[in-house]
Design a protein around this ligand. Sequence first.
Ligand SMILES: Cc1ncc(COP(=O)(O)O)c(C=O)c1O
Length: 388
Amino acid sequence: MKHRPATDAIHRGEGDDRSASPLTLPIYETTTYVFENAAEVEAYQAGQSDKYLYSRYSNPTVVGVEQKLAALEGAESALLLASGMAAVTTAVLSTTKVGDEVVCSSALYGGTLHLLADLLSRFGITTRFVDPVALADPTTYSDRTALAWFESPSNPTLRCVDIAAVAEACRARGVVSVIDSTFATPINQRPLALGVDIVMHSATKYLNGHSDVTAGMLAGSVERMKACAYARKMLGTVLDPAAAYAVGRGVKSLSARMAVHNANALRLAEWLEESGRVSRVYYPGLPSHPDHAVATRQMPGGFGGMICIDLDGDYGRVTRFFDRLQLFKRAASLGGIESLISLPVLTSQYGHTDAQLAAAGVTRGMARLSVGIEDVDDLKADLEQALA
Ligand SMILES: Cc1ncc(COP(=O)(O)O)c(C=O)c1O
């Protein structure tokens, strides 16, 4: 991994103007890099050079954005990957081997659940799904457990686990702890400072923030990221430089966007609860949320832009509400500046069995709101007319 400004001159290829000092990070649209002679290639292969060899291994644009993300997470090192799921796959495969067990929170994004339960299980990596509270208990882990995987807040019910307690339990048992911190962002929560080994994000969501790029991120110590970078190289899960540029551009406004996401979502969650028009509002910033105390402790920046509501577990009622919305767009995904709504049973939890839904705490009457940065009164008026 390279640790230097990505705008450093790196080659003598066509059109390389060393007098230019660009304000923004250039997009290095190149698959390969020019060496002067065999000695330079030898030095690279011996790890004694900061040159680049091939963009599947690393690329100056990608590295430039990775350095920003590492600084944001308070990490020694960060990696960009082709999607959030590429980040999950790369992290799991770089920390496990055949015969190992993954212990995973049952409150989980559906894609991660299916990857672990349906795909990786075919290669001898088994997963035990547990109640999120059990993750903080060292006795939850067996001698076969190599990895603990959890989200906080979780998708879609916004359950928050005590991150420091989970990290401590894992350390006591020699288990690598990984948190999917997508819903929190590094503005609201810094899991590495709480002792977690690896932080993962779907950068498709808040980090990019404009719903126009698919990307993933991992962050942690240099040693852990070296292992993940090796797996990324072999799996080919690296991010394209143009997409990395877009993530870097999005990150420039992350703090400003999160301030509005946090404020809008808190206001709407409070209003939804007071209105009495929905049977339950899940938002970690509400005192009624089961994990409000732990969220208050570990999310000093705010509680995020995601709200989940339940309309009596009634699929017919929630679809009528869903169909009537005008400002909230009916779309999967989250974390962009536009407000979106999705029904977990049709998107993130699609195809789950009743038992899997129950374990994830998801009902057929739930709607997940990704609250954007529009005028909050306009958003409230839209929810009001759709619930009327
Ligand atoms: C919490 C969470 N983790 C991971 C992912 C997967 O990310 P991606 O779609 O970028 O692969 C998602 C996608 O919705 C998500 O919500």
